[in-house]
Write a protein that binds this ligand. Structure first.
Ligand code: SF4
Length: 240
């Protein structure tokens, strides 16, 4: 064993290759999936990105956007610096300049109108743990005004609260215990791949999948029963 490790190190030294280093990372895209990724680095360059199969929630499943991380990294149109729009034209600026612009604006509004005059709308971007930094930053700034809800998941949780009085859900793996799964105007095959993975597993175990949706989606295509109602019929079904 020791001999083979020494042998690999020597071979890498001779060929100029370095041992592959694996780093743990969360997906940085604007998505609540927060996939856990394994990022492989060789000679200081990222050579492979894959979903971590050992993660209990994301289980190595990645969507198409996630699978294209590596391509995006080396894309010719990738931005390497912030951009500023002046007279309708975008120009590259340094990070120092961008930070100065934002810092000066934050300072100006805090001094002139108080920190509460600044509204922070945060419902986009990666949903990973780094998101918490925003609150810490604005607490140090003095406290700001925050939007209650937004157009993305908080709209969903609010709707769930209105409909059911509470916006807590079962643990995602509980789907595997279901005998019937009703998906009402929901297309997790495209919008929630981790849930869809469990739904497929539940189907393999014998659960019936019923989709109520006027649209033929990928989820509807994989269902046992697809009920296509037009909007008025949907409303009537709701009121029954
Ligand atoms: S589902 Fe796709 S976009 Fe969302 S976190 Fe996972 S890889 Fe990223």
């Amino acid at each position: 064993m020791i001999f083979s490790i020494v042998y690999v190190i020597m071979l890498n030294k001779i060929t100029g290759r370095m041992l592959q280093d694996m780093k743990s990372h969360g997906c940085t895209l604007d998505c609540f999936g927060c996939c856990k990724l394994n990022v492989y680095v060789e000679n200081n360059e990222i050579v492979k990105i894959e979903g971590d199969k050992n993660h209990p929630y994301t289980k190595g499943i990645m969507c198409e956007k996630g699978r294209n991380h590596l391509k995006r990294l080396s894309d010719k149109d990738r931005l390497y610096s912030p951009m500023k729009k002046e007279n309708g034209k975008w120009t590259n600026i340094s990070f120092e300049e961008a930070i100065d612009i934002i810092a000066n604006k934050l300072k100006y509004y805090k001094e002139k109108y108080s920190s509460n005059s600044v509204m922070h709308y945060s419902e986009s971007g990666s949903g990973s743990i780094l998101k918490g930094i925003e609150d810490i930053f604005f607490n140090f700034y003095g406290g700001i005004t925050k939007a209650d809800g937004g157009t993305c998941w908080s709209a969903g949780t609010k709707a769930q609260k209105y409909d059911f009085g509470y916006n807590k859900s079962h643990f995602i793996d509980d789907v595997l215990n279901a005998k019937n799964i009703i998906l009402w105007s929901k297309n997790p095959a495209n919008s929630h791949i981790h849930l869809f993975h469990r739904i497929k597993k539940a189907k393999e175990k014998g659960a019936k999948i019923i989709v109520i949706d006027p649209i033929i989606t990928d989820t509807a295509n994989s269902a046992d029963i697809h009920i296509r109602l037009i909007h008025l019929q949907m409303l009537l079904l709701l009121w029954q």
